[in-house]
Design a protein around this ligand. Sequence first.
Ligand code: NAG
Ligand code: NAG
Ligand code: NAG
Ligand code: NAG
Ligand code: NAG
Ligand code: NAG
Length: 419
Amino acid sequence: MIMAFGKNARKVLLVLMVMCATSTAKRPAAKEEAAPAPAPEAGASEASGARGIFDITNVGATSDGKTDCSKELQEAWKSACGAAGQATVLIPKGEFLAGPLNFSGPCKGDVTIHIDGTLLGTNDLPKYNGGSWINILKVNNLVITGSGTIDGQGANVYTKDPAEAKAFPNSLVLDFVKNGTVSGITLLNSKFFHMNIYMSEDVKIENLTITAPGDSPNTDGIHIGDSTNINVTDTTIGTGDDCISIGGGSSHIIVTGVTCGPGQGISVGCLGRYKDEKDVSDVTVKDCVLRSSTNGVRVKTYENAVKSITASKLTFENIKMEDVANPIIIDQNYCPEKVCTAKSKSAVTVKDVIFRNITGTSSTPAAVSLLCSDKQPCSGVELIDVNVEYSGENNKTIGVCNNAKGTAKDTLQALACLA
Ligand SMILES: *[C@@H]1O[C@H](CO)[C@@H](O)[C@H](O)[C@H]1NC(C)=O
Ligand SMILES: *[C@@H]1O[C@H](CO)[C@@H](O)[C@H](O)[C@H]1NC(C)=O
Ligand SMILES: *[C@@H]1O[C@H](CO)[C@@H](O)[C@H](O)[C@H]1NC(C)=O
Ligand SMILES: *[C@@H]1O[C@H](CO)[C@@H](O)[C@H](O)[C@H]1NC(C)=O
Ligand SMILES: *[C@@H]1O[C@H](CO)[C@@H](O)[C@H](O)[C@H]1NC(C)=O
Ligand SMILES: *[C@@H]1O[C@H](CO)[C@@H](O)[C@H](O)[C@H]1NC(C)=O
């Protein structure tokens, strides 16, 4: 595709942002930490049931999947967030249609959102006004749980013009959340990312199911950016984009027990796209299975990086690959729309990356691709017990390394390409 700059330049950049799996467009305006503001009034809501349970059907939400329940959900949130002690917003069994929800704190006590039914994201796109669907903002001690489903009803937008795609809503957003748990629920067919975690700390995500068609654009499972101490555990993700992507400013991220596929794998990056990006460090991806995904474990940095940042202390271990196209990949020349002007000028340093005990099969011969730039070679890369073999016929498994420095141990000879 040849795109002229000028009139279309902005659109191209917006598409790139999308391709980079970074939802800057959806960042909140306020970047500062939430000041401990006064808690909202504990309004004597009619939703107030016994023992701090705020059931949305008690304030008139209709479970027919057709009547918009945004107002009732918002009212239940307001009551729960304003209540002292433990309060629960209850979404019982049934289908509840809703537009954008603003679940903002700080809250007076600790709030749980318990979802047993199905929340359906409205297909009336102008209602989102370019923002996300379920917005949880500045909430401490948050719990989201239940056996219910957050259904973005994305099929409505998957076929639309990619230039429009930046305006589609993420399904579930956690911004400035401290000490949170999200467990049990299913996230289905998001219009954009299923979950976006931004400027948050101490969040545990476990036992989720995230599902969208393998060809649905930009439907990343979980994107994490500018956040610390985030664990994703025992979760099954199959979507049309990255299962999990870890963006700039993230540290102490642990991903364990994740099954990914279809999708584009588990990625650190893309990095280097924005001026305000910060370093990434201490990322561990462990005990995961990648199944028929286009990538396995990947570090991707933007070819035309605008900011010098470092991605370091990244560990990928005990990973099983099942017919993955690019099982192990570092790509410092990432430029999805091919509009990068300066070649190999990456300003992102990638160092101390360990790939340990990675086995299984690759659907292309290059089971290992460590494609680093000549200006910023990757260093401290370790391949330990890496034995992934090409599953096809008439070719040999190979490792391809450019400017990648480090050591290999107990690794398939053909993959040990490090300098
Ligand atoms: C969300 O609610 C909070 C608190 O009620 C308010 O300050 C904020 O302006 C709202 N945001 C939007 C986008 O409506
Ligand atoms: C974290 O949140 C949970 C759930 O609300 C709460 O029980 C726990 O006390 C919180 N932990 C801290 C350290 O505040
Ligand atoms: C996982 O979540 C489901 C509900 O979706 C629940 O029934 C199950 O008990 C949970 N498993 C664990 C190990 O917590
Ligand atoms: C994440 O897991 C690590 C290691 O088990 C633990 O130290 C940390 O407290 C966990 N963080 C959260 C938010 O659960
Ligand atoms: C290697 O990883 C596999 C999972 O892919 C795990 O079952 C096995 O125990 C690991 N081996 C060691 C020595 O940790
Ligand atoms: C074998 O691999 C080489 C190098 O990746 C490639 O150029 C060639 O097309 C492959 N042949 C087949 C039959 O896949």
